[in-house]
Design a protein around this ligand. Structure first.
Ligand SMILES: Cc1cc2nc3c(=O)[nH]c(=O)nc-3n(C[C@H](O)[C@H](O)[C@H](O)COP(=O)(O)OP(=O)(O)OC[C@H]3O[C@@H](n4cnc5c(N)ncnc54)[C@H](O)[C@@H]3O)c2cc1C
Length: 229
């Protein structure tokens, strides 16, 4: 197959997945460096569309990330007031007393939320800070540089057949490149990308590395190695 030509865009940081993790990373990076050029790619048609969980949310993470989340209208509106536990069976239900339950089963101080709505609100906060969010852009591939380093990702590729080859309505999508020898991967790295089997992928993480040249204080570095068989 002839090599596919794609347009490329350059960013300091590319985050794949606008779930709570990806959006938190984008917001935190902007707090650390307002000039950092960040894009978040989301395969759902809008942020929140692919967020499954209705959740009981412990707000401690949000307290740390956006301490004034209440004033900013975060959709945490239903505090937990009571924990009840039941054993369910064909004959009905039996209430289990609370005292033998481990502390993590106590939800006092937590909120019952739609995580989809929380993500939509987080995306608004991120966009207000200047983060670009591209919904409807599934990442399908990692782009490698000449020396095997991860250079970025392919997003928005559509129309591949079941055999993985371009069909009649094929759209090649675009490449999103990140700063020198860096890349950023999002929250759910569960076989998202077509990485050739048997290939070993090494890089210095990633999410924060785009900042490295400008603000070394902010680098969070980790060496990650994946082996694919
Ligand atoms: C049924 C269920 C109930 C849960 N209940 C609770 C609870 O009560 N309390 C709690 O704290 N936690 C709960 N969780 C866990 C919580 O949902 C996860 O910990 C949290 O959503 C993880 O956030 P994340 O951002 O890492 O990933 P996700 O929330 O999975 O977000 C990943 C995002 O990445 C996008 N994405 C994936 N692949 C690509 C791609 N190739 N290209 C572009 N975008 C992509 C997805 O569309 C999605 O928007 C529950 C989870 C489930 C499944």
């Amino acid at each position: 197959m002839a090599e596919i030509e794609r347009e490329a865009m350059e960013y300091d940081v590319v985050i794949v997945g606008a779930g709570p993790a990806g959006l938190s990373a984008a917001i935190r990076l902007k707090q650390l460096d307002a000039d950092c050029n960040i894009v978040v790619l989301e395969k759902g048609s809008e942020v929140g569309a692919h967020i499954l969980s209705g959740a009981v949310l412990d707000p401690c993470g949000l307290d740390a990330l956006i301490p004034d989340w209440k004033e900013k209208g975060a959709p945490l509106n239903v505090p937990v007031v009571e924990d009840n536990f039941y054993a369910l069976g064909e004959a009905g239900e039996v209430r289990i007393p609370n005292f033998p339950m481990p502390p993590l089963m106590s939800n006092h101080g937590n909120y019952i939320v739609s995580m989809g709505n929380v993500c939509r609100w987080m995306a608004e906060q991120a966009e207000e800070m200047g983060v670009e969010i591209f919904p409807g852009m599934a990442c399908s591939e990692i782009v490698y540089g000449d020396n095997g380093e991860v250079k970025g990702v392919v997003a928005g590729e559509m129309g591949l057949g079941a055999d993985g080859k371009p069909g009649p309505s094929y759209e090649p999508g675009m490449e999103l490149h990140v700063g020198q020898d860096t890349t950023a991967l999002g929250p759910v790295f569960s076989g998202l990308f077509r990485i050739s089997r048997g290939r070993s992928l090494r890089w210095d993480l990633g999410v924060f590395a785009g900042l490295s040249e400008r603000s070394p204080d902010h680098i969070l570095k980790a060496n990650i190695e994946f082996e694919f068989y």
